[in-house]
Design a binder for this molecule. Structure first.
Ligand code: MV4
Length: 492
């Protein structure tokens, strides 16, 4: 493999190219008209424009990507995450064109692309699953009986769904039919597939996922877990590895289950098996993501592996060069997704010009980003502008380092989730590991950051006054005796 095309943009396109470069592989970028000046375009050995800004006319068009391979002579495609990365039809087209997709087979993608077929595949092994229906609901009366059997509250899920779309909680049997109709119509309009199923609702779960790697020789290993419970509206914001709650025994059990789920579809490449964990630390398989995930760096930090290099080696037909016994967790890593969003305004996207952009540096800090100072964040794509990852010998050091790195990160021109990240890092319940997927709703409010804003404004004002005083500015030294204690008193 001498040349690969990266069918993506932003930080992940750069991330992939860096590993390819280290392996001596040439890279081809594709870009939309909105990304002409983007960093991934500049970093690649070659770059090809594939159409207008809208991803439906560029990054999502399989034919344009395949044509760009033909033109550039790239032999393989890395799809990154999002866009075409989990599209089985795309995977088939790539294969048919005589190209290599750096990822799993179309068959594995297809099975895991539907939650019901994913669960059916997992059923072959003894994987714990939330009680519910094993097939799509065709008869509402029958489903209602099953719901009563399972016990309320229950959750209706879309088989084709993802990211929490088409999910509805039903608290009592009286609401069942109405919620079922709503779920079916939501699923039909969102996914063009109205099949839904039910599960018992696990009310305070933690989201824990296991990274797996499978090669073309039938070896499958897991790279331990990532905890992704800190999210809002089904969008992850903070991830870490390892989880602060797993015991070594549960970790081993979950790891084995994840490997079995992967084995059920002869999984090849990097994949993630998603579980929820309840208050009793019982875990249940939910679904499998057949791509490299946004949060993969935390796994890289604690295992010392480069997941993109592993993916490329696997796609070249190489066997994994280690067994499960060789893999160890070392230290702790945390990732904060830096979104161009305003946490004080319901996390609304806040795109615009990156007026100032300075990244944190130093020991244990990694920044995966795709922008530079002076660049405009386009409105057409995901508002995630960077991932800030910190590593420490233990969780406390990784957290302390995250706070330090957030303080060093200097972004002006747009609002970001940086201050929100600091809020979480300093929260008692996060520091002590007492949290679940409801953390953000439970503890974070629009004014949670205001106290900090005010405090910072006060300190800034105070230090300005003191600086001026030191410089002997006549106005200050003559007319005012600034004592911070008095000033503080006068404020209130
Ligand atoms: C659940 C659940 C509770 N009980 N299933 C949300 C997205 C999808 N991947 C699965 N999800 C959930 N499934 C049962 N039976 C709660 C969630 C859930 C959730 C899961 C992981 C991370 C964040 C979440 C936020 C809300 C709900």
């Amino acid at each position: 493999m001498n040349k690969i095309l990266i069918a993506n943009r932003g930080e992940i396109a750069l991330r992939i190219m860096r590993s390819a470069k280290e392996m001596g592989i040439k890279t081809v970028a594709v870009f939309s008209e909105a990304d002409r000046e983007a960093l991934h375009v500049r970093y690649a050995d070659e770059a090809i424009c594939i159409g207008p800004a809208a991803s439906s006319q560029s990054y999502l068009v399989a034919e344009k990507i395949i044509e760009a391979c033909r033109r550039s002579g790239a032999e393989a495609i890395h799809p990154g995450y999002g866009f075409l990365s989990e599209n089985a039809d795309f995977a088939k087209k790539v294969k048919a064109a005589g190209l290599v997709l750096i990822g799993p087979t179309p068959e594995a993608m297809e099975i895991m692309g539907n939650k019901l077929s994913a669960k059916a595949a997992a059923l072959k092994y003894n994987i714990p699953m939330v009680p519910g229906t094993e097939e799509a609901i065709t008869n509402v009366a029958e489903a209602k009986l099953r719901a009563v059997e399972v016990g309320f509250p229950i959750l209706i899920k879309a088989a084709a769904g993802g990211g929490g779309k088409g999910m509805r909680v039903v608290n009592q049997v009286e609401d069942f039919e109405e919620q079922m109709q709503l779920a079916v119509s939501e699923a039909t309009s969102a996914f063009g597939d109205g099949s839904v199923f039910i599960e018992r609702y696990v009310s305070s779960p933690r989201h824990i996922e296991i990274q797996v790697l499978g090669d073309t020789h039938g070896h499958i290993v897991h790279l331990f877990e990532r905890e992704c419970s800190i999210q809002r509206r089904h969008q992850k914001v903070i991830e870490e590895a390892p989880s602060s709650v797993l015991t070594e025994e549960i970790r081993q059990k979950m790891g084995k289950c994840a490997v079995d789920v992967a084995r059920a579809v002869n999984y090849v490449g990097a994949g993630t098996v998603e579980f929820i964990l309840d208050e009793n630390l019982d875990f249940f398989f939910l679904e499998m993501n057949t791509r490299l995930q946004v949060e993969h760096p935390v796994t890289e930090m604690i295992t010392g592996l480069d997941l993109v290099k592993e993916q490329i080696k696997i796609a070249r037909g190489e066997a994994l060069s280690y067994t499960q016994q060789d893999l160890k967790i070392s230290g702790h890593a945390i990732e904060l997704r830096v979104y161009a969003e305003d946490p004080e305004n319901n996390f609304l996207p806040d795109i615009g010009l990156l007026k100032t952009y300075r990244t944190p540096k130093g020991n244990g800090v990694r920044v995966d980003d795709g922008f530079e100072e002076g660049m405009e964040i386009p409105i057409y794509y995901d508002p995630m502008i960077a991932k800030l990852i910190t590593y420490g010998k233990d969780r406390e050091e990784a957290i302390d380092r995250m706070v330090r790195a957030i303080d060093e990160y200097d972004i002006t021109g747009i609002q970001t989730t940086l201050a929100f990240g600091k809020f979480v890092m300093q929260h008692e319940m996060f520091r002590t590991g007492h949290f679940d997927t409801h953390f953000v709703n439970k503890y974070f409010h629009a004014d949670s950051l205001r106290a900090e804003d005010e405090q910072e404004a006060f300190i800034a004002a105070l230090s300005a006054v003191l600086t001026l005083k030191k410089q002997n500015v006549p106005y200050l030294s003559e007319q005012s005796s600034v004592k911070d204690t008095n000033w503080r008193k006068n404020r209130s």
